[in-house]
Design a protein around this ligand. Sequence first.
Ligand code: NDP
Length: 240
Amino acid sequence: MARVAIVTGGTRGIGAAISVKLKENGFTVAANYAGNDDKARAFTEETGIPAYKWDVGDFEAAQEGCTKVAAELGPIEVLVNNAGITRDGTISRMTHQDWDDVIRINLGGCFNMAKACFPGMRERKWGRIVNIGSINGQAGQYGQVNYAAAKSGIHGFTKALAQEGAKFGVTVNAIAPGYIDTDMVAAVPENVLEKIVARIPVGRLGQAEEIARGVAYLCGEDAGFVTGSTMSINGGQHMY
Ligand code: NDP
């Protein structure tokens, strides 16, 4: 039987590409989203992948959402924590709410979803968790103390949970994308984006499908010895 994969923020941008790629690779996919019903409906019509709405930053909603997915599709064997938001601003302009929202959704969402999915994976002795971090969690970024802290936290979260899963066939890895051509990056002012692209050695933004292919590898049977790692997919913008 096909393994069930859940992709948070899986109806547009990088998440949509991940959902589609995992479906192509034979998984039964559930795509979660937050509130953009029109995009979610269009995505489901186009791909046949069901969409499930809840806020990953809400602990109870995440537990209930995963219970519903498992009841309808089967036990969740793959979790891709992709949902994320930005609320940029220098620290003097950033509000406490901007800080809280980004930490709650980007980092808290990973915890909430793993709480719902990890115990079953551990029990069944097979699981794949892939967390989408960011180049800005690795290197920092002006005007993003909240986002860089959340994404950096995801990288630590990944290494810690990988240690808990290792003996039970559950791998936990992260991908740190560089700048990828999605709505999130479209929100960056053009003059700032030009400067960013000038610093990318391959000379262009990445495509969502390029992240999806990395996720698909980490979710596959062949990646059982890969755990606690961070795969950077960034056109050479940040190397270490
Ligand atoms: P988009 O803004 O294009 O899409 C974000 C997705 O996340 C949407 O499906 C959105 O749902 C969903 N989402 C947002 N908040 C929540 C929430 N509280 N609960 C559930 N779902 C939520 O983002 P990208 O595709 O660009 O980014 C995807 C991930 O990759 C993010 O974690 C981002 O931080 C990371 N990343 C992106 C980079 C880039 O250059 N684009 C670079 C590095 C990392 P809805 O449609 O309902 O709003």
